[in-house]
Design a protein around this ligand. Structure first.
Ligand SMILES: NC(=O)c1ccc[n+]([C@@H]2O[C@H](COP(=O)([O-])OP(=O)(O)OC[C@H]3O[C@@H](n4cnc5c(N)ncnc54)[C@H](OP(=O)(O)O)[C@@H]3O)[C@@H](O)[C@H]2O)c1
Length: 267
């Protein structure tokens, strides 16, 4: 009997790679990212260790060609059981000073690719009344910091999009699940790519491993949770921050930037 299929975007590193490692035990896999060599090495390792059929697609999901190729593939997979929209990246700098092309690229990857791949997946899953979509958002969906405006906005979109789908599907009695996974700082290539010093960003106790993040997500899938925020520390932080008045949030951010030696916000 054919195994269920999980499609994971951004599987060549970090959280996506860990999803692939965990899901290979009971799924065939389709791994998507730009670095084909990394995907092929992981596919060979997982196929040898688990017996899963592991296929790869090198695609830039911020570009139309790569995105439509992956969407078409998802739409046509008869055993599709899980889509993990995980591919993403961070950025540094104040929005008005930042490279607009890079910000647009982030929106295409976090928003447009999530929208298109989820649409393809749900058209496949909902008529069969089976399957799940995990959208890897972030605690940045709830917490505002100077220098991550586009990132927070796109991750907020992913959280709201996931909740909207959850409401639609649950209210029609569908068994298809949607999860917004909202990790805090996680050890991966994410911060290396943007040249951020992890120690300057947050104390070690705030850093999560990819294993902790993926374990929380898969547990959340079993218990049908919409929002999964790995670790109690982040769940508490998010709950408190979202209830603070905007003025107090701003005062906290100004204090944080001064303590970090960032330039004071301009008038
Ligand atoms: N690390 C954190 O602290 C943290 C916290 C909260 C949320 N997240 C979210 O978690 C997700 C995974 O990040 P990570 O921490 O695992 O980072 P990572 O180690 O840098 O992995 C990012 C993955 O996304 C892929 N990717 C990036 N741009 C792509 C594109 N245009 N098309 C296709 N694939 C692309 C990368 O592969 P290629 O370079 O091979 O394409 C890589 O596989 C992201 O959505 C991120 O926003 C991370």
């Amino acid at each position: 009997m054919p195994r269920k299929l999980a499609v994971i975007t951004g599987a060549s590193a970090g959280i996506g790679e860990e999803f692939a490692r965990r899901l290979a035990a009971d799924h065939d896999l389709l791994l998507v990212a730009r670095r084909r060599d990394r995907l092929e090495a992981l596919a060979a390792e997982l196929a040898a260790g688990s017996g899963a059929e592991v296929r790869v697609m090198d695609a830039d999901l911020a570009e139309e060609g790569g995105l439509s190729a992956v969407a078409d593939r998802i739409a046509a997979e008869p055993q599709l059981a899980l889509l993990v929209n995980n591919a993403g990246f961070g950025a540094r700098g104040l929005f008005w000073e930042s490279d607009l092309a890079e910000a647009e690229r982030m929106h295409r990857l976090h928003v447009t690719a999530t929208l298109r791949l989820t649409h393809a997946a749900l058209r496949n899953m909902v008529p069969r009344d089976a399957g799940a979509v995990i959208n890897v958002a972030s605690v940045a969906a709830f917490i505002r910091r100077a220098g991550s405006t586009s990132y927070a906005a796109t991750k907020s979109w992913m959280a709201v999009f996931s909740e909207g789908l959850h409401v639609e599907l649950a209210s029609m009695g569908s068994k298809v699940l949607v999860q917004a996974l909202c990790p805090g700082f996680t050890y991966s290539e994410f911060h290396d790519r943007i040249g951020v010093d992890r120690k300057a960003l947050a104390p070690a106790t705030f850093w999560l491993t990819t294993e902790e993040v993926v374990e929380a997500s898969l547990k959340g899938l079993r218990t049908r949770r919409l929002f999964v925020i790995p670790s109690r520390r982040y769940a508490l932080l998010t709950a408190v921050f979202t209830k603070l008045p905007v003025r107090l949030r701003l005062a906290l951010e100004i204090g944080r930037r001064r303590a970090a030696g960032d330039p004071a916000p301009r008038p």
